[in-house]
Design a protein around this ligand. Structure first.
Ligand code: DGY
Length: 426
């Protein structure tokens, strides 16, 4: 497939998954609006339909909670093909939403779309309206998910990370009970190969946590203290820091000084705190289990995704070396878990497969850090995967097997974004 055909195909995927003011990640498996899917998908629209790119993010932010939290799913329309639906979450919102959040890529997306905008007036109007909301979300994170002011926020549910079944959560998940969950019927395994999805045991724990938080009335000021699952994820924190930085820069340019100053302070504190997650032995960042008070010795993509934040140059260089090592044990970068480790599973969601959005964010971080040599390898691997196996949700890093849902919105958006961002041989 030449690049023009690839873009054409990708636009078709976006259009098929477009519901007017938001996109679904893919038909069937994910029939609603997902938070970080939407913001990253907006980057794809921005190359040919700027108003539609803005409306994607506006729709998401229109469902922000009063405390600043932006939910991970917005259930715009009923659909019984998904579990757990609104009746399980019971958040009591007029348009139902879940009660947990997802990686806050919106600040990054808004700045990127603004910087490239052809319609500057539209971009300024949209950015001016969106920045205060995104900033309120960032403030919510540091208030309710970092109550002791460490500079790093904790996730209370694996679904918040976006990396639902990462090996990173295995030990902490042992602490999450399953008693009282009751019977339920999963729907995801009717849309996707069960071997590509989380296990039933993991699902029981996902649901236990939802019920626990629901029993607390979804009061975010109580959840951090009450949760038996509290993980500081370097990838998630890096996304938050990067979004704060992008909000700081853009707000300064637009004369929104209070937001700029407050965001810059969050960045400085966050970057300094990230150092506590560095593992010299593994040459990457690690998760920290806030309940146990220990780093989680799990070499996953979360610690590499940290490259997306303005981390020190020496750390970025070490992450490049880490990826070069991983390249020795797979055919397509970047595996979501180290293939030489026993927990690696090339098909199972976040326990091994490659995700284009992650490759894109890591490459972007390296570009920012001046670590440019490795970028063509990371980006070309994305395109080789698409050529070989299509616009799947994720791919096996050894065989390129397409996994999860097909015809996937953010995969397509990343192809459009990548082909318009990087100079690549046709
Ligand atoms: C799912 O249903 O698999 C989602 O990842 C939860 O957000």
């Amino acid at each position: 497939m030449n690049h023009a055909d690839m873009i054409q195909h990708a636009r078709q995927v976006l259009s098929d998954n477009d519901r007017g003011t938001y996109t679904v990640p893919t038909h069937g498996l994910y029939p609603f609006q997902w938070n970080w899917d939407s913001a990253l998908s907006a980057l794809g629209f921005a190359h040919y339909d700027e108003p539609r790119a803005w409306s994607e993010i506006e729709t998401l932010m229109a469902h922000q909670w009063e405390d600043g939290m932006v939910p991970h799913i917005i259930f715009h329309q009923p659909d019984d093909g998904y579990f757990p639906g609104p009746e399980v979450w019971g958040t009591g919102r007029e348009v139902p939403t879940t009660g947990i959040t997802q990686p806050p890529v919106s600040g990054f997306a808004v700045r990127r779309i603004y910087d490239r905008a052809r319609d500057k007036d539209l971009a300024e109007a949209k950015a001016r309206a969106l920045l205060p909301k995104i900033h309120a979300w960032h403030e919510w994170f540091y208030r309710d998910r970092d109550p002791e002011g460490t500079g790093l926020i904790a996730l209370l549910h694996p679904w918040e990370s976006g990396r639902d079944n990462s090996v990173d959560w295995d030990d902490a998940f042992e602490r999450v009970p399953t008693e009282g969950v009751g019977p339920f019927t999963r729907r995801d395994t009717t849309h996707a190969n069960p071997a590509h999805r989380p296990t039933d045991e993991q699902y029981k724990r996902y649901i236990w946590l939802v019920k626990k938080f629901r029993s607390l009335g979804w009061d975010n000021s109580k959840l951090h203290a009450a949760s038996p699952f509290k993980i500081v994820d370097p990838g998630f924190n890096a996304i938050l820091i990067r979004s704060c930085e992008d909000v700081a820069d853009l707000a300064a340019r637009l004369g929104m000084d209070e937001i700029a100053t407050a965001s810059r302070a969050m960045v400085d504190k966050g970057v300094a705190a990230m150092e506590t997650l560095w593992s010299a032995e593994m040459s990457q960042y690690l998760c920290y289990d806030r309940c146990k008070g220990e780093l989680v010795q799990s070499p996953s993509i979360g610690g590499i995704l940290a490259a997306f934040a303005p981390i020190p140059k020496a750390r970025a260089a070490a992450l490049v070396r880490r990826i070069e090592t991983l390249a020795g044990s797979c055919n397509y970068l970047i595996p979501s878990h180290d293939p030489t480790h026993p927990e690696f599973d090339g098909l199972r969601y976040w326990r091994g497969p490659v995700w284009l959005i992650v490759n894109y964010m890591v490459a972007d971080g390296f570009a920012r850090a001046g670590e440019t040599e490795i970028i063509p390898r990371i980006i070309n691997d994305c395109l080789r995967l698409i050529e070989t196996s299509g616009f799947a949700e994720y791919h096996d890093p050894i065989t390129a097997e397409p996994c999860g849902g097909p015809h996937f919105t953010w995969t397509a958006a990343m192809v459009i974004e990548i082909l318009n961002t990087y100079e690549l041989a046709a």
